[in-house]
Design a binder for this molecule. Sequence first.
Ligand SMILES: [Zn+2]
Ligand SMILES: [Zn+2]
Ligand SMILES: [Zn+2]
Length: 109
Amino acid sequence: MKRVLRRAADRIRVGSAGSAPAERCDELAAIAGPDPEPRTPGVCEDCTALGEHNWAHLRMCLTCGHVGCCDSSPHRHATAHFEQTGHPVMRSHEPGETWRWCYRHAEMG
Ligand SMILES: [Zn+2]
Ligand SMILES: [Zn+2]
Ligand SMILES: [Zn+2]
């Protein structure tokens, strides 16, 4: 009985933040420091290795500075980098854009 009440209280507290899921994103909060230096500024590292240059937009991994192309690009190297390495947070590498994205929680921050 006591346990049920405590769980209900937790739900009320979580609910006050809106309809967000109970599991919040720790990665975006953890990566608050200065960005790493991009390994290949202005170009997709993996497209360059393939000899290609036809990506749409670039994203940078905030764990290691890997620069990869976005999901609108033919090769989607930024997503491939997350799948290969598990590095969860990237940011836009486009001029004037500062948004960040956690792949693990599909959350912007
Ligand atoms: Zn996350
Ligand atoms: Zn690419
Ligand atoms: Zn990385």
